[in-house]
Design a protein around this ligand. Structure first.
Ligand code: ADP
Length: 470
């Protein structure tokens, strides 16, 4: 048995702003059959504390970054949680990173440093009955944990892994927070956690963790290039031999289509059109469930949209994000009966979209793994994706070779720009009108394995490699 402490700022279904939460929430269940016991350490946000019901106190109150804190334990829906109950840091309304006004909390650096501090202590043996063999940290919010572990518990027999879910978020803090974050001044240099005179929580993890993973093999390669590395490509090139890509999977219970054959989609398609106020049309009903940002290529979609509509296609969007993109989609919906948009975050509607859509669009400029194309595959909702990152690794494109081999599960476009997306709409509509071929692609998609089986084995192998003898 391998014991793993997973440290993260989000975990579905308790607290979620994106794919990170899905993955953190799914990993424990995916790894359990491989004799891996994973506990998840989360901040004690009000939503988490309210959702978990009965809690056990695992450690008594201690001072943590300026206020009393303790560790609680709770089990919920198959998840074995440890929770940092620190009201001065986490008992706040709003999203995990921002207040009700939409601005980031000014003390985010301290809040997530406290999460890391606690994680490092647990890895160092702070709990009476449980100590992990592996400390698995996710994204910048957990980036300081391997460093605190190394500095505060040297020699602890614990291997460390940092997983990059999105390198665009690096957890930068001004250098004058060094003391507040209890970091050693010696780390403020190029081979430490310094990043252009600031403190980078992500870089701290990148230079200290035993291994680094990201969520697809293609993104692992891309991260080492200036185009995708967001300033950290050099650091990652130096750690090339410790970096690997392990694809995300889908929680098959949480994402299970209410039909077993593509034909079962018809009534869900009609339901979705009704819910979104769309009439029926001759072309494919395309859906988008996404943050509305330029990373996700939403501006390119707006540019290429006229082509889809000219071809008789429809677009239903569920998302929230940049105000100008929200407004642009609203304006298109007002101007064209084939476009409908719902601004907000809605898990039920997301599932309705997957079940009712003909195609799901993921035109990201970069995409570490991407989950909605995986849900699309499972639901027979054909993914139309940019050729980048995990999208390139998970969708078998309907190229002449892919079609001849009878293997295609979706469409990829390249280069990643609006013209290429518009051309992908041409191909999409042509394929859609060939009913037999379309059905074949849908069936291929639904058969494509998107569960955790292979990736769970890859994580298990990684953990076993890192087991340290006390
Ligand atoms: P990212 O984490 O970069 O946002 P992913 O594709 O990895 O992108 O994960 C996005 C997750 O968030 C998916 O589970 C998707 O269904 C969900 N999601 C995104 N936007 C919404 C929304 N508006 N309503 C419901 N779920 C959403």
């Amino acid at each position: 048995m391998i014991r793993v402490l997973s440290v993260a700022s989000e975990c579905a279904p308790l607290i979620k702003t994106g794919g990170l939460a899905d993955v953190v929430g799914a990993l424990p269940g995916a790894l359990a059959p491989l004799d891996i016991e994973m506990r998840v350490l989360l901040p004690g946000y009000p939503t988490v504390l309210d959702a978990v019901g009965k809690k056990r106190t695992e450690s008594k109150h201690k001072d943590l970054f300026g206020g009393p804190a303790r560790v609680l334990a709770a089990k919920v829906g198959g998840l074995d949680l440890l929770i940092v109950d620190a009201p001065h840091l986490f008992a706040r309304q709003g999203a995990p990173y921002a207040g009700p006004d939409g601005n980031d909390w000014p003390d985010n650096a301290e809040r997530f440093a406290a999460l890391c501090w606690t994680g490092a202590d647990i890895a160092g043996g702070a709990l009476e009955h449980w100590q992990p063999d592996i400390l698995h940290c996710h994204d910048w919010q957990a980036g300081l944990a391997p460093l605190y572990l190394r500095d505060r518990h040297p020699g602890a027999p614990v291997g460390t892994v940092l997983t990059i879910h999105n390198i665009a978020f690096q957890g930068l803090a001004p250098a004058d927070k060094l003391a507040a974050l209890r970091l050693p001044p010696s780390g403020m240099q190029t081979d430490g956690f310094e990043y252009w005179d600031q403190i980078s929580a992500l870089k701290a993890g990148l230079v200290t963790a035993d291994r680094i993973t990201t969520v697809s093999p293609t993104y692992a390669g891309e991260l080492m290039t200036p185009e995708f590395g967001m300033g950290l490509d050099g650091v990652l090139r130096q750690r090339r031999s410790d970096l690997s890509g392990i694809l995300n999977g889908v929680d098959l219970d949480a994402w299970s289509p209410p039909y077993s054959k593509p034909a079962g989609k018809a009534k869900h398609r009609a339901r979705l059109q009704k819910a979104m106020g769309l009439a029926d049309g001759p072309g494919p009903l395309c859906v988008v469930v996404s943050r509305l940002t330029t990373q996700k290529g939403m501006d390119m979609l707006i540019e290429a949209l006229p082509r889809l509509l000219d071809l008789g296609g429809q677009l239903a969007v569920l998302g929230a994000g940049a105000t100008w993109l929200e407004e642009a989609f609203r304006a298109r919906a007002e101007a064209h009966p084939g476009v409908s948009v719902r601004i907000g975050f809605d898990e039920d509607l997301a599932r309705m979209m997957m079940a009712g859509g003909d195609a799901i669009l993921v035109p990201s400029r970069f995409e570490p793994c991407g989950l909605t194309q995986l849900y699309g595959l499972r639901y027979g909702t054909v993914p139309v994706v940019a050729h980048t990152g995990g999208l390139a690794d998970t969708v078998i494109p309907a190229t002449p070779a892919g079609l001849r081999a009878g293997a295609a599960t979706g469409l990829q476009f390249h280069p990643v720009n609006a013209d290429a997306l518009a051309r992908a709409f041409d191909q999409l509509c042509a394929l859609y009108s060939d009913r037999d071929l379309w059905l074949k692609i849908q069936k291929n998609a639904m058969r494509h394995p998107v569960g955790w089986d292979q990736s769970a084995k890859d994580y298990a192998a990684l953990y076993s490699d890192l087991i340290k003898q006390p």
